[in-house]
Design a protein around this ligand. Sequence first.
Ligand code: CP
Length: 310
Amino acid sequence: MSDVVTMDDLSNEEILSILDDSERLVPVAKGEVHLPLLEGKVLANMFYENSTRTRMSFETAMKRLGGSVLNFSSTGTSVAKGETLFDTMQMVDGYADIAVIRHPRQGAAQYSADAIGIPILNAGDGAGNHPTQTMLDLFTIREAHGTLEGLNVVLVGDLRYGRTVHSLSHALTRFGAKLTLVSPETLRMPDEIVTDLRSSGSEISETTELSDVIPEADVIYMTRIQKERFPDEDEYTKVAGIYMLNATDMDGSKDGMIVMHPLPRVGELHPSLDSTKNARYFQQAFNGVPTRMALLCRSLGVKIPKKVKK
Ligand code: CP
């Protein structure tokens, strides 16, 4: 099966192999090496929700590998006239070789994968999953620490609605990470996810206090409070701005500790942090290009050479 809808679609062995492929593709992602592995292939980039990084990095990945891209959004298309997701996906099945979909409804990526034959990569379905983000997150963590095994990872912010942390927590615990979940009470990680993580034998702790857990962290993964998913704006106002990091918060942290964020940031990371050795979020965003290149190749059945020559 070549769809990637949740991290369950990838075994640990496949994850590590995709990360190795991604590493070899970095010079291609930077435009230093020409490697047209996907020449003649067409990607449909289907975005029913806003995006900067996911959309652009998929487009860059496809184009750097010699493929082309159809960009689609819910405005300016026949979605505005009432066309259903099912019908739109039937068109995509005929126009493209692979589709990336972001949609506000949880389950929309699986629905699309069931509806058509070409491979589907889930680029975020509501508060559900964001597995291609997880792949670039894992790449970034392994790049910094040399391993995914046994790290102490602190996930901070909107753990209820944040799809990046839902996918990432599952993947990390499969590699033996210890997770510390930091959120306000109203934005705790859903009970079914925490139960699932614990049932796999993982060590999971929960707190509302970020400062207490910084000294033991190998990775601090900050997230934005997902304003657009709150049914009531007053509830959002109560938690907006609750967790922020600045450069001085890094004092006393472990050597090699990195701060990540899927971005966009809306106040969680003070600009003073950007020039610290801990900040990894811009590198993390770049890492979307090689990892998405590797994912596109895998889903299209294209092998990446063992040596990528300059
Ligand atoms: N990290 C992420 O999904 O960013 P975008 O919403 O800009 O795609």
